[in-house]
Write a protein that binds this ligand. Sequence first.
Ligand code: UN1
Length: 489
Amino acid sequence: MPSGSYIDGAWFTPASERRIANVNPADTRDVIDEFPAATAADLERAVQGAVAAQRGWAATPAPARGRVLARAVEVARRRKEEIARTMTREQGKVLREARGEVDKGIAVLEFYAGEGFRMGGRTLPCELPDVFTYTIRRPLGVVGLITPWNFPWAIPVWKTAPALVAGNAVIIKPAELTPATCGLMVEVFEEAGLPPGVLQMLVGPGREVGSALVDHAAVRAISFTGSNQIGINLYSQAARRGAKVTCEMGGKNAVIVLADADVDAVAAAVINGAFGSTGQRCTATSRLLVHQDVAGALTEAVVEGARRLKVGPGLDEASQMGPAVDEKQLRQDLSYIDIGKQEGARLLTGGGRPAGLDHGFFVEPTVFGDVRPGSRLFQEEVFGPVLAVTTIKDLDEGIRLANAVEFGLTSSLFSRDVRACMRFVEEVETGMVHVNEATVGGEAQLPFGGMKSTGVGEREMGEEGLRFFTEQKTVFINSSGGAARAFIR
Ligand code: UN1
């Protein structure tokens, strides 16, 4: 298993007093690894190495860069089970989810491998005769990636793959809670033949290493996924030196259900959206806005489904929902459950810690009914398996309430009425819009991201993901023999 930080093609042990302990959240007696944290001095070394390596990488033709990603696809497929098990052990998600996440990263690698063949620009006419005008896309140089613990493989992959195929060198700082899975990504690229220095990984505190990365003049762009509080600070910090930034942050995603929806199908999607990944997903379904005519039947089906979910260690194939990632997240989940009770919401199921799982950070799948739109449980991101149910009388109210939060990542409407669906797509204020399916998920070829407080900067994945990591040049080639230019064009 990879351990520590990685610079210029080698794992190394930073000379720091501060140690990082990687602990299994399903059983804290299982200490996976312990190593010294990287420091700002290590970051400086990583940047120097990346600057040097980037020149050769940028000079490698884009299709050849894509082929390194294509080889990474093969390596990741071969090492899938190892990656999935490492992820489950350090992050907690159940194996089925971890395997799905490995596949998602593989699809991203497949997509961007092909983009190596499509790193083109546009040819457009010039206003003057004998002047040829076109655009080209070039790498930015060295870019910094700061990634969260909730998708410790897929998010590093979906930032790293486009950055690399575009010809950049990458410095990645993964969450301290999940360094081993990111380390496996580094190993996959190494095995695929990525030259040393093109991908550097530093595991250290955001306050020191993350901040130095955001401030470094040689780091041309920062791509961040994580909390709003950190993201907004990072955005303003990077803005001071004019660095390019994309931040993907919180969500408070709603499912709206109209009276004509199929209750069983909705219940399955809501249970998946609310409790999948233990609710630790920016796309998690955290609000259910259900029409009064089906509210009783649907709430009952969701509560029943939540009760039936088998909570347990992710490495146990029978488990359907794993633990919270750490004690801090567990406390946050339990504190929102308290807030819900204090605000007068009705606790319908869950609300505590499941019996017999005392060595891990487990919490029960929890459903609250009668959640008031102005309440904190309705407005704030929990990032845990806590669903808030609110009754609505029609589509208007559903859309109004769906939009009545600061976030705008994802949403879903369940209805068979095509007019309602089209209106919802038009009026809902989220970057991802689903009809008759769960709020979660994204695909390699489709842009991913949110509106309002959820995100700033370019969308991730798809063509947009690649565009973020390139600079555009607009070129004028004058072959007229003279240098005369129009004064104003
Ligand atoms: C998904 O729902 O599969 O941090 C993607 C997150 C998102 C990714 C979710 N950036 O939860």
